[in-house]
Design a protein around this ligand. Structure first.
Ligand SMILES: [Zn+2]
Ligand SMILES: [Zn+2]
Ligand SMILES: [Zn+2]
Length: 158
């Protein structure tokens, strides 16, 4: 965690920004909840525990700054809420997401599966790919298992 803070600090410095205590509190929340996809309000409530004096506007501005510096990616899963997702260290492109339409779970695929697609886009469209968003909507393995077990139960009770 301290290493990540240090490298984010460097990223900010290289763009002449300081890691102020408020910014650091925000970054820490994002690191602690790296698996989650928090909205600005979610982040704000968590940051408030660490730094009660902080305001929503400050958190919001920090998130926008981190997005601009590509430390964080902003994503919307179709519910109209912007969520903030820490960019994995060393990742050139944004990871993929699996959004379950049954339970709302969001799983991540870290491996970039779009290599071939990117080549087609670059070749056929003469378009230099810098990044992408890929979100799959469907039924997650947890919900899938649930359906199967309940079907099995139905069969055995008959
Ligand atoms: Zn993610
Ligand atoms: Zn890619
Ligand atoms: Zn599910």
């Amino acid at each position: 965690m301290e290493n990540r803070i240090e490298s984010i600090k460097k990223q900010l410095h290289s763009q002449s920004y300081k890691l102020t205590p408020q910014r650091e509190a925000t970054v820490r929340v994002l690191l602690e909840r790296e698996e989650d996809h928090l909205s600005a309000e979610d982040v704000y409530l968590l940051v408030k525990d660490k730094a009660p004096e902080i305001g929503l506007a400050t958190v919001y501005r920090t998130l926008e700054l981190l997005t601009e510096l590509k430390i964080v990616d902003k994503i919307n899963f179709g519910d109209g809420v912007s969520r903030y997702d820490l960019r994995k260290e060393g990742a050139d492109h944004f990871h993929h997401h699996l959004v379950c339409i049954e339970c709302g779970a969001v799983d991540e695929i870290q491996e970039d599966l779009l290599g071939d697609v990117e080549q087609i886009v670059e070749k056929d469209w003469n378009f230099k790919v810098k990044d992408h968003r890929l979100t799959f909507h469907g039924i997650c393995y947890r919900c899938h298992d649930k359906v199967e077990t309940s079907m099995e139960q139905e069969v055995t009770t008959k």
